[in-house]
Design a protein around this ligand. Structure first.
Ligand code: AMP
Length: 214
């Protein structure tokens, strides 16, 4: 099973991808996470990627498609792929078709997480994660049980994404509206799109996704 989670920044794609990984034989392929690794490197590419990400614009189609191709190359055939944050443009959608065909895979579902955009800025600007285990938290909606201590692993080290500020978030949403939302019809024509209410609770969204995958 190979699926795409589609939705604007803050729709819950990453959270849901992690939930699905745990219960299904699937792996999250997040181009955002891959690029965050790339930007850590003290190289020309790392610096270029960091500048683009911090502005909220999109990294080039060639770079992200090559990352997805390499990741699938390294994956066992029996493991399904959850594409999170990819494809984001029509060119990437076409590349994904070629890449999947090359690896003998097919796309089973495109799941659109539908959300109210005004709520997204609130969601994104308050989120942070445990620097040790990656557990997600929120200033207003999901605080740690004990202040400053991760519920899951006990670490006191937390981090925030540099692009989770209001100005960059607005640009990321514009990019989504202009370049990513228009790829939905490509998949609608194939009859593989399901819309899920991304404003429901995390557990409700997970249950809806489970029902689609079962
Ligand atoms: P995300 O973690 O998916 O919100 O992505 C964070 C940032 O990484 C985006 O705002 C883009 O700058 C970049 N990015 C992630 N995935 C892609 C992609 N598929 N195409 C182009 N840029 C991407």
């Amino acid at each position: 099973m190979n699926i795409i989670l589609l939705g604007p920044p803050g729709a819950g794609k990453g959270t849901q991808a992690t939930n699905l990984e745990e219960r299904h034989s699937m792996l999250q392929l997040s181009t955002g996470d891959m690029l965050r690794e790339t930007r850590k490197a003290d190289t020309e590419l790392g610096r270029q990627v960091a500048d683009v990400m911090d502005s909220g614009a999109l990294v080039s189609d060639e770079i992200v498609s090559a990352m997805i191709d390499a990741k699938l190359e390294s994956m066992d055939d029996s493991i399904g792929a959850i594409f999170d944050g990819y494809p984001r443009t029509a060119a990437q959608a076409h590349s994904l078709d070629d890449i999947l065909a090359k690896h003998g895979r097919k796309l089973d579902h495109v799941i659109e997480l539908a959300v109210d955009e005004d709520a997204l800025v609130d969601r994104i600007t308050g989120r942070f994660t445990c620097a040790n285990c990656g557990e997600g938290y929120h200033d207003r909606h999901k605080q740690t049980a004990e202040s400053g201590v991760c519920d899951k692993c006990g670490s006191t080290d937390f981090k925030r994404r540099p692009d989770d500020n209001e100005e960059t978030v607005r640009t990321r949403m514009q990019e989504y509206r202009a370049k990513t939302a228009p790829i939905l019809p490509i998949y609608e024509e194939r009859g593989i799109v399901t819309r899920v209410d991304g404003m429901a609770s995390i557990d409700e969204v997970t249950a809806a996704l489970d029902a689609i995958l079962s």
